[in-house]
Design a protein around this ligand. Sequence first.
Ligand code: PMP
Length: 330
Amino acid sequence: MDYAEHIVDLVGNTPLVKLQHVTEGVACTVLVKLEYLNPGGSAKDRIATRIIDAAEAEGLLAPGGTIVEPTSGNTGVGLALVAQQRGYRCVFVLPDKVGEDKIDVLRAYGAEIVMTPTSVPADSPESYYSVSDRLAAEIPGAFKPNQYENQNGPRSHYETTGPEIWRDTDGKVTHFVAGVGTGGTITGTGRYLRDVSDDRVRIIGIDPEGSVYSGGTGRPYLVEGVGEDIWPGTYDPSVPHEIVPVDDAESFAMTRRLAREEGILVGGSSGMAVAGALRVAKTLPANAVMVVLLPDGGRGYLSKIFNDSWMRSYGFNDVSEGETVADVLQ
Ligand code: PMP
């Protein structure tokens, strides 16, 4: 019989698939790594497992403990999965731009949710960073994984994501592309691929226009899970060779194209990563092999990116899809 003993044993070893249709004008191979096939539905399952294991080993988390974390949802799901398996309580602090669908998923795993305003500075007492600090201090037995500082985040990508890409491309990968949020993915995976290839793999970070990584001030953008208004300790700026900024309109248009033209239903940060990656891919020779990491699936964004009225309400007009059945019936 072939089965896993525990759901967390299924984290990682996600597959690569080649992009076939959105790659017009591109000569090289562009492969995407489907992190939504992790059991919790995102790349964050990887860091959650590593962070909880380390906290237990260091005595920071003990039976009866509570995990408190500011998270846009995916880290929460990963942590909730591991917490559920080991009997911890979870309290998650979220910015109010996060979609209802994502919040309901966290509640489904049994987590408690605290909402905070998106449009306040990081140092405001109302910000999701400050509120989570206060809860972690006040709840007895609380442990704050602190995904923005915890080095077990990048380490999990160094130990799993990087080696998987090297193995699955037979060492032929030439470019690695990922969106930057906490920076854990690009730092850990990028560092591994640079180390293992004697620095031949080029590492490219993609950032929402307006965020600090591409020289912005952290002004608001709508794409979720990427970009920062602070510099997290999990991001090592010496790892990426290049940072490419992509705006919301282009990120969301590519997210929708991936679903319709490739059959790949992923979130807005995946569309952002592919949009930025293809800009670079257009300049590369046919023998280049680019791997783009797609952090999560699209089901958490159905009422936003995949909803025409939501898109129009923000002035994104890229929603017309040609003749519809309604047009034919008129
Ligand atoms: N996309 C989504 C949807 C995310 O939740 C995250 C994590 N914040 C990222 C991308 C970025 O990954 P990282 O934090 O490793 O930079």
